[in-house]
Design a protein around this ligand. Structure first.
Ligand code: 2M8
Length: 456
């Protein structure tokens, strides 16, 4: 009798645990969908209505990965809208501006960039910078989750511009001449004020009058302690003006441009894009072989140029000086997403990730990894990419763990991300000690990737 009672009560307890787990998943799913729907603005999804009122490049890719779970037509639409801004040289701009938004709502806006608008570019004004190429991976994800005739047709349409994007990055942007794309502005990394760029930025002058000529709009909407500093912004503007004033020429970058860096996150995503293009080529009747060959060359170049054998992880390379950045940033862990990263290199990344620097959860509980080394004296828990937890980076790490068969670690990381988002909501980033949501609330890529994590 006692046993029966115990059995019944434990059944009831586990049923209610399942019910509450299901309902917390369902609540998050609804929140994520509402966030993405609320950020739909005149023909595309914005990262945040509060801070980022235009369409951003790698945000659009993450957003498409989330939309794939409930509105694939909108996922394709968002990707096509971004590629509507692609330049004739193949670059996919880091922002496609919405011409219905006032110039004063975001700095630097279209008037600053003065980007060429060839007639073939119906997408309107853009910047001349790029961001990490997550789009082929996104297109492949949208198709894989919705393998319909319509999706196949969309893949066929997107494949040529995706290939052109890669050709630009691996061609004109191979400033180091060793087969990896260089970024020419911290904004191109997506990890804007990461300590990875501190050393190369010391070579960039700080012209304080720039902030008298231009007004930072971000500080009207966000806390100054959370954003890049004014010194950072002076340098950002100087680099952007320099590039703009060459007509975005990409000639002699290593000698003439003030900031030329190879980033392990950007490079690994370029390799991942070639692998996704190989999959896409296969299903649309193209040839996957050149993409696989390029993917292998990229992995080899990352190992050759960005690997630090002493730390066992990857670091940003200043192409102008040939020096690796000495600091430990989360971008150094992202080459784990490469399936052909030799197994001998995986333990080094995992050791760094699980060390006190990043604290990857190795058991239930814990927080996702921060953007920068927790043990560094300049670790800053609220300042943007210098400490806070970002979901897109953790999502990539999660994929890398699964790619290399570390399923238990992947499950802990997934749970830590979902728990955090359930507790705090879809924030732009999170405090690495308390987990409190920081930055823009109702942030699109957090919502989108939560949908992807929920479906895993
Ligand atoms: C942040 O970058 C923009 C400049 O591109 C900004 O600070 O104004 C970064 O977090 C970047 O990775 C992201 O794509 C963008 C929009 O979410 O915001």
């Amino acid at each position: 009798m006692t046993t029966d009672l115990l059995t019944v009560s434990s059944d009831v307890a586990s049923a209610s645990a399942v019910a509450s787990a299901t309902s917390s998943d369902e609540r998050l799913r609804r929140l994520a969908v509402a966030t993405l729907d609320g950020n739909w603005a005149r023909g595309h999804t914005v990262p945040s209505r509060q801070l980022y009122p235009h369409q951003w490049s790698w945000d659009a890719a993450f957003i498409a990965i989330g939309l794939a779970h409930y509105d694939p037509a909108r996922a394709w639409h968002d990707l096509r809208s971004l590629f509507g801004g692609q330049w004739a040289d193949g670059r996919v701009p880091h922002i496609v501006f919405d011409d219905g938004v006032d110039e004063a709502d975001y700095f630097p806006g279209p008037a600053f960039w003065r980007a060429p608008s060839p007639p073939a570019m119906p997408g309107g004004a853009t910047t001349g910078l790029v961001q990490p190429p997550v789009h082929a991976v996104a297109a492949w994800e949208v198709y894989s989750r919705n393998p319909s005739e319509e999706s196949l047709d969309q893949l066929r349409r997107l494949y040529p511009p995706l290939v052109k994007q890669q050709e630009y990055l691996l061609g004109r942007r191979d400033a180091g001449g060793a087969g990896l794309p260089s970024i020419v502005h911290p904004w191109e990394s997506g990890l804007d004020n990461s300590p990875s760029w501190d050393a190369p930025l010391t070579e960039v002058p700080v012209e304080e009058d720039l902030l008298r000529r231009y007004v930072r709009q971000d500080l009207r909407k966000a806390h100054a302690d959370h954003r890049p500093t004014n010194v950072d912004y002076c340098r950002y503007i100087h680099i952007a003006e320099t590039y703009r004033d060459t007509g975005y020429a990409d000639a002699n970058l290593a000698d003439e441009h003030p900031f030329v860096v190879e980033c392990p996150n950007f490079a690994a995503l370029t390799g991942a894009a070639e692998r996704a293009l190989a999959e896409i080529a296969r299903v649309i009747g193209g040839d996957p072989a050149p993409h696989l060959a390029r993917a292998e060359r990229i992995t080899a170049a990352i190992l050759d140029r960005l690997y630090d054998p002493i730390n066992g992880t990857f670091h940003a390379l200043n192409v102008r000086t040939g020096k690796l950045s000495p600091v430990h940033c989360v971008n150094g862990l992202i080459p784990l997403i490469l399936p052909d990263l030799p197994e001998e290199h995986v333990p080094g990344i995992l050791a760094e990730a699980a060390s006190p620097r990043f604290g990857l959860p190795t058991a239930a509980g814990g927080l996702p990894v921060p953007s920068y080394d927790r043990t560094a004296p300049d670790f800053d828990p609220v300042r943007y990419w210098r400490g806070p937890i970002w979901i897109n980076i953790n999502w990539m790490l999660w994929r890398g763990l699964r790619t290399h068969g570390r399923h238990e670690l992947a499950a802990h990381l997934r749970a830590s991300m979902l728990n955090l988002i359930k507790r705090e909501g879809c924030f732009e980033y999170y405090h690495p000690d308390t987990g409190a949501g920081v930055g823009a609330p109702a942030f699109s890529w957090t919502a989108a990737l939560a949908l992807d994590l929920l479906a895993a």
